[in-house]
Design a protein around this ligand. Structure first.
Ligand SMILES: Nc1nc2c(c(=O)[nH]1)N[C@@H](CN(C=O)c1ccc(C(=O)N[C@@H](CCC(=O)O)C(=O)O)cc1)CN2
Length: 300
């Protein structure tokens, strides 16, 4: 059986179109332009690409983009001062600091300095607590994107067995909370899980978010299961020529696609949904800040 390929690129384009519609209504009906501030410290090449794409897509959906690119030597105090200015800027509805930050800066301190109402990454401890207790929160973008694709594919997720491989604060843990919120039976698996293959084999839904290239082989997948691959790993691709690289996920795509009922590819699966959901979260934050009705279908 060949799996259905869940096209994250097309799904993300659809989310962006919905966001653009809400933005134009906010402008026309209320004279409000949602604004997103993205802060990058240092020169990590992958982060520079992500930040550039965030700015470009923010403008494409009609929102205001405020990009702050800071030198790698920026101190934590200087960064906190910028966050404070953005927290108090009424034209900024969403703020994020691109991760990872340089070693001399404490990421948690920075994240928790962001006004939770403007925390469009959903990483602030208040939003983590709200999500964990089933209350209205800002929801982390990558897990939100995975949830949207799963709901679209399955309709209801109620009663399904879900295994999340990986326990990071930005993907694994919030993903598990969202699946629990949709009434899945959820297992979080990690490097110390006994019998990882057996655990994964029981799942109707597998979300792989470990950051280890092609770690999950097809024979771990229950026939017909849905595989959501969050991994983005750059590995050597000698078949493309000397020194060439390619992107692969945490799942071995070829063997998993033979067994799964549906699967997200890498690239073109979960990745594009991350930025689309960031734009969705910015519109949501803007509506909440102005006491306006929130867009439907763009949050959990
Ligand atoms: N503050 C944050 N930092 C980071 C986050 C985040 O959500 N907030 N997530 C990642 C990086 N990221 C967005 O920031 C991100 C990663 C990947 C993609 C994407 O579209 N990937 C493409 C492939 C792109 C490529 O060729 O490299 C795909 O999978 O198709 C978008 C955003 C860490 N930091």
């Amino acid at each position: 059986m060949a799996a259905t390929v869940i096209d994250g690129k097309a799904f993300a384009a659809n989310v962006r179109e919905k966001v653009a519609g809400h933005v134009s209504r906010l402008k026309a009906d209320h004279g409000i332009t949602p604004g997103l501030a993205v802060v990058l410290v240092g020169e990590d090449p992958a982060s520079e690409v992500y930040v550039r794409n965030k700015g470009k897509q923010t403008v494409e959906v009609g929102m205001a983009s405020f990009e702050h690119k800071l030198d790698a030597s920026t101190t934590q105090e200087e960064l906190l001062a910028l966050i404070d200015r953005l927290n108090n800027d009424p034209s900024v509805h969403g703020i994020l600091c691109q991760l990872p930050v340089p070693d001399h800066i404490d990421g948690d301190t920075i994240i928790n300095a962001i006004d939770p109402a403007k925390d469009v990454d959903g990483f602030h401890i208040s939003n983590v607590g709200l999500l964990g207790t089933g209350q209205k929160s800002m929801v982390p973008c990558t897990p939100l994107g995975c949830l949207m694709m799963l709901r679209d594919h399955h309709g209801s997720l109620s009663g399904m067995d879900a295994v999340v491989i990986g326990r990071s604060n930005i993907v694994g843990k919030p993903m598990a909370q969202l699946l629990l919120g949709d009434s899945c039976t959820v297992t979080i698996a990690h490097s110390r899980t006994k019998d990882l293959p057996g655990t994964v084999r029981r799942a109707d839904i597998v979300v792989a978010a470990v950051g280890r290239p092609e770690m999950v082989p097809g024979d771990w997948i229950k026939p017909g299961a849905t595989v959501i691959d969050v991994g983005i790993n750059r590995i050597p691709a000698p078949e493309k020529g000397e020194g060439k690289m390619k992107l692969v996920g945490d799942c071995d795509y070829a063997s998993c696609a033979e067994v799964a009922g549906a699967i997200t590819p890498v690239p073109g699966g979960v990745g594009p949904m991350t930025i689309a959901c960031l734009l969705a979260n910015t519109v949501t934050a803007c509506c909440r800040a102005n006491g306006l009705e929130e867009p439907e279908g763009l949050t959990a």
